[in-house]
Write a protein that binds this ligand. Structure first.
Ligand SMILES: *Cc1c(COP(=O)(O)O)cnc(C)c1O
Length: 392
């Protein structure tokens, strides 16, 4: 049924999943899989966390939907909490990361329109979503090509190339800079701190908006509420999604600073955005995010995972490791990362490859040392054998 009736836009693994708890997923084949993908940084507190499940169940039994024509407490409370966690701004609730970025783009465009327009600068190899505007923002020509012409007004500069960024500012009007602090889909590419700071300074100097896409990096993944807080940045707009509602669809744009007053009544809307059940789930996620010691544990587990990946480099099986918090990647040498993902599946481990050479690791933030070691041992064995790992 899947092969015949679902539009084939995904390259799917031959695996049907039926249940999940903590860091494990249960296959229809009866096998338990250790999940180091987390739905791409969605199930960060593990699958079916009891606190999130209870919040969804309770809210579903009292009010599921009523329209954004009315006020609901879960949404208002969530907005106030996100504002306090981020830049003190106001929140627009959407249903995905792409939709959250659409808000950022609309804010930048509307604000610039009064002053003669201006381009939005993003990074080469960035990923901001699959809608037409976010595809246009995405710095990957091969993704844009089938849908050309994409929206005008986006300029892409290489990661870390401050001179290229300065040139864009010097040569014309810039409405906004939109950055992923760590490029997730492109294989956990860390944007240099100096470049991030220079981008913010240029935005301030030229009255452009400084906007950060924290859809993948935000809400604990990088060992802080937002990755940008590790670099002391202060964005006008922050976008979040993925883990925000613990697996229910929700995106949010937190619009503050010089952007806060741009959108007014009638400028934007969403039928489902911020509806009670997703908002209740997101409030439960923020409860978990606020637990004492979470960020230091995320960092410790990240260091442990990195230790295993470093060993692959020492043995010559890999050439580079990149990591921030519990977002990590390794570039393999002489072995297809996609083949390693298939071998891991055979060994009961879910891994993700972002390219032919790069493995990306997004374990749940609650992953145990033993679970990290299991994956580390699998990789060590697999890479030294050059064939599917055994004895895991
Ligand atoms: C996943 C992702 C998006 C898109 O989110 P969707 O919910 O799939 O629309 C946008 N930006 C970044 C950085 C992402 O990782």
């Amino acid at each position: 049924m899947d092969a015949r009736y679902v539009l084939p836009t995904y390259a799917r693994y031959p695996l049907e999943l039926v249940a999940g708890a903590g860091a494990e997923l249960l296959g229809a084949d009866g096998v338990e899989y250790l999940d180091f993908v987390t739905g791409l940084s969605v199930s960060n507190f593990g699958h079916c966390h009891p606190h999130i499940v209870a919040a969804i169940q309770a809210q579903a039994a009292s009010l599921i939907h009523c329209s954004n024509l009315y006020v609901t407490r879960p949404q208002a409370e969530l907005a106030s909490r996100l504002s306090a966690l981020a830049n003190g701004g106001r929140v627009f609730f959407a249903n995905s990361g792409a939709e959250a970025n659409e808000v950022a783009i609309k804010v930048a465009k509307k604000r610039a329109a009064g002053g003669g327009g201006g381009v939005i600068v993003t990074l080469e190899r960035s990923f901001h979503g699959r809608t037409m505007a976010t595809l246009s923002a995405t710095g990957q020509p091969e993704k844009q090509a089938p849908f050309a012409p994409v929206l005008e007004g986006f300029v892409h500069v290489p990661v870390g190339d401050q001179t290229a960024l300065e040139t864009v500012f010097r040569e014309g009007k810039v409405a906004a800079v939109l950055l992923e602090p760590v490029l997730g889909e492109s294989g956990v590419v860390l944007v240099p701190e100096g470049f991030l700071k220079a981008a913010q300074a240029l935005c301030e100097e030229h009255d452009a908006l400084f906007m950060l896409d924290e859809v993948q990096t935000g809400l604990g993944r990088c060992g802080a509420t937002f990755a940008y807080q590790r670099f002391g940045l202060s964005p006008d707009v922050v976008t979040v999604a993925k883990t925000l509602a613990g697996g229910l669809p929700m995106g949010a744009a937190i619009v503050g600073g010089r952007a806060e007053d741009v959108l007014v009544g009638g400028d934007h809307g969403s039928t489902f955005g911020g509806a009670p059940v997703v908002a209740a789930a997101a409030n439960a996620v923020l409860d978990l995010l606020g637990e004492d010691g979470l960020f230091s544990r995320v960092e410790e587990r990240g260091v442990r995972l990195e230790g295993w990946l470093d060993r692959l480099v020492e043995s010559g099986a890999a050439c580079e490791v990149r990591r921030l918090g519990l977002m990590a990647a390794v570039d393999l040498v002489g072995v297809s990362a996609k083949q390693v993902v298939l071998d891991a599946l055979e060994a009961g481990i879910l891994l993700n490859a972002t390219s032919e050479m790069t493995l990306r690791f997004l374990p749940p933030l609650i992953v145990s040392d033993e679970q990290i070691d299991r994956v580390g041992r699998f990789l060590a064995t697999r890479m030294s054998a050059g064939s599917p790992g055994e004895g895991i």
